[in-house]
Design a protein around this ligand. Structure first.
Ligand SMILES: [Zn+2]
Ligand SMILES: [Zn+2]
Length: 132
């Protein structure tokens, strides 16, 4: 199990170290929501993530039964959002306390990356989605 938390420590979660995909997303929405150059995330089956502390602090934006994102209601850290119709969630790797076995495998939305940020690793770069 990997531990994770929000920025103010009100919320903690555990997630299996079984991510099935991981990317660094450079799209403008990810940059704006994190305030960072890109958002590294990992995808995993929804039932493999459990909020262990601060469940009552969670704020859900969107449709609980479909597409939504979950943030800490105190500090508004983004904790996870749904993918593939809700069967999977995507977890910002920055919220992990522990190191996941699956590291980001590529950069996505490099076509809209911040001009002031230079990618210096050798991972594949995709202008938009890697799978399109
Ligand atoms: Zn918080
Ligand atoms: Zn993005």
């Amino acid at each position: 199990m990997l531990r994770g938390r929000c920025g103010c420590n009100a919320v903690a979660y555990e997630v299996a170290d079984e991510f099935v995909a991981a990317y660094n997303c450079h799209c403008s929405n990810c940059r704006a929501t994190t305030g960072a150059a890109f958002l590294p995330w990992g995808e995993i089956e929804r039932e493999k993530l459990t909020v262990t502390q601060g469940v009552e602090r969670l704020r859900l934006l969107g449709d609980a039964e479909a597409i939504h994102e979950v943030r800490c209601g105190e500090c508004w850290s983004l904790l996870y959002w749904t993918a593939r119709g809700g069967e999977y969630v995507r977890v910002p790797y920055g919220t992990l306390v522990d190191e996941p076995a699956l590291k980001p495998t590529a950069h996505m939305f490099v076509g809209s990356k911040a001009s002031w940020y230079q990618i210096v690793d050798d991972l594949p770069q995709h202008d938009e989605y890697p799978w399109s």
